[in-house]
Design a protein around this ligand. Structure first.
Ligand SMILES: *Cc1c(COP(=O)(O)O)cnc(C)c1O
Length: 482
């Protein structure tokens, strides 16, 4: 398996899975993809149906990472996808499944269900990929005798998933910036209560954008970055995307009896990472009918899938919504799909994403490429705060199931794309406790709290408050990496 950049750099060069594991963007600013997608044969699909999650993950990942010895990879996936790690299930009986499928009911002739992806340590789907990444990083660094200092900015989900994945890992430190006193008490407690000596919570006196700007400033200091071995774990990381491919297969097997059936998935989307994995599963041969992209009020992606126009927003035009993990102004993984949509033409991708930088977007309707979107099964919709509240209430009343705000955006949009006889699987991306305020608004009751999280707000917290100053953050990092 060789990896190429969506913008064409390095064609003819060799990049293995391990080569791109610790890096971010390709050197031309593009994103890595395999030179071709591995195909799953009918025999394989039949055999995979019976596999436990960890072994399914092994079978899929090894098609993308043939440079890692098979025995090592199997050990890594078995250590990652265990009932002990994904223990925050709502129904004990499901603990072994890792990603249980919860059927709500039949609507419009279509079985409607939730694929539970948020039973991991931080109660959001990002654990699914990040936990594997932690183990892959530790394995690869040890092999080459290297160390890594991860620097990131978070408003919640990503940062805590990264910290819980990297805590206690040899050769890795995490420096995570978050806006001081701007996260919910629950999310603050989740991150700051970690006492592991390799995890550093830095509370910046500013807002989330300030934290992101500091990370950019530090990363642009190339000498510092190289000297301190700074890396990131953001959503463009290829291993994160490919780890997410696994649960599309698992969800398909859970929702069907035979491999002649087709299913649709609805995916609450922000940076297009999660649904990009669905696209890859479909390209590998998973029988997917529709991939439904659900956005909130930040509807960059919905606009594209309705009109063919991709128009990024300024950060001042980004709404702060009650499904905050989808509050994005541009979708950082979208370029991977555009590459496939344009028949893998790197010159055109380069031009289009230059247009994004220079003109704020591009129009594929005018060029005629947009017609091909339906060949890839994509449709979309958007949801508002009122939709979210109504959907949380309705799903609770009809199905006795409490869903979080992002999953509610998914259910709302899924209902607009049901087809009789085709199971519709909505990806559940977080548990309701993470977004308690909207649960209280919708249901006038407290969100369900997994047992492991009772009293988490009362635990001692470990964090450092720093001013909104990149130089101060650099000093802080340098002092702790000596
Ligand atoms: C990150 C996140 C999303 C968006 O996922 P993308 O891969 O960025 O599209 C949706 N819901 C929750 C709860 C998240 O944490």
């Amino acid at each position: 398996m060789n990896y190429i950049s969506t913008r064409g750099a390095g064609i003819g060069e060799r990049h293995t899975f391990s080569d791109i594991l610790l890096g971010g963007l390709a050197k031309d600013g593009g994103l890595y993809l395999p030179n071709e997608y591995p195909k799953v044969s009918a025999d394989e699909l039949a055999r995979w149906r019976a596999l436990p999650y960890a072994d399914l993950a092994f079978e899929i990942l090894r098609k993308f990472s043939d440079d890692i010895p098979a025995d090592d990879l199997r050990e890594l996936t078995r250590r990652t996808y265990t009932a002990q790690v994904y223990c925050n299930v709502r129904d004990e009986e499901n603990a072994a499944q890792i990603t249980p499928l919860k059927t709500l009911g039949v609507e419009g002739g279509a079985p409607l269900s939730l694929l539970e992806l948020s039973n991991g340590p931080t109660l959001a789907f990002k654990d699914m990929a990040m936990q594997l990444l932690g183990n892959l990083f530790e394995y690869t660094l040890a092999k080459h005798g290297q160390t890594l200092n991860i620097l990131g900015a978070t408003s919640g989900d990503t940062g805590s998933a990264a910290e819980y994945a990297m805590r206690g890992k040899k050769g890795i430190r995490v420096f995570m910036l978050s806006p001081h006193k701007k996260m919910s008490a629950f999310q603050t407690a989740q991150m700051y209560s970690l006492q592991d000596p390799n995890i550093f919570n830095i509370a910046i006196e500013g807002v989330f954008d300030d934290c992101q700007d500091i990370v950019k400033a530090v990363s642009n200091d190339h000498a510092f970055k190289a000297q301190q071995k700074i890396g990131t774990v953001n959503s463009i990381n290829w291993a994160r995307v490919v780890a997410q491919v696994v649960y599309y297969f698992k969800g398909y097997f859970a929702a069907t009896q035979s491999n002649d059936e087709r299913v649709s998935f609805t995916v609450p989307s922000g940076n297009f990472g999660n649904v990009c994995a669905g696209h890859i599963a479909r390209m590998m041969g998973l029988p997917v009918e529709k991939l439904v992209v659900a956005t909130n009020e930040n509807d960059v992606l919905d606009e594209f899938f309705r009109t063919g126009i991709y128009r990024v927003r300024k950060s001042s035009e980004t709404y702060h919504t009650s499904s905050p993990s989808m509050d994005i102004s541009k979708a950082s993984n979208f370029e991977r799909f555009v590459f496939d949509l344009l028949g893998r033409d790197p010159k055109r991708v380069l031009q289009l994403f230059r247009d994004v930088e220079e003109k704020g977007g591009f129009d594929l309707q005018a060029s005629g490429d947009f017609a091909r979107v339906q060949e890839f099964g994509f449709v979309s919709g958007r949801s508002s705060h009122d939709d979210r509240v109504d959907t949380i209430r309705d799903v609770f009343e009809q199905y006795d199931t409490m869903i979080d705000t992002h999953t509610a955006d998914g259910v709302k949009v899924a209902r607009e794309h049901l087809q009789a006889g085709i199971p519709m699987i909505v990806l559940e991306t977080a548990q309701p406790i993470k977004f308690g305020e909207t649960i209280r608004e919708a249901l006038e009751r407290e969100p369900e709290r997994p047992a492991a999280f009772s009293g988490i707000e009362d635990l001692p917290q470990r964090f450092e408050v720093l001013g909104n100053d990149a130089e101060r953050v650099k000093e802080f990092v340098a002092e702790r990496t000596r």
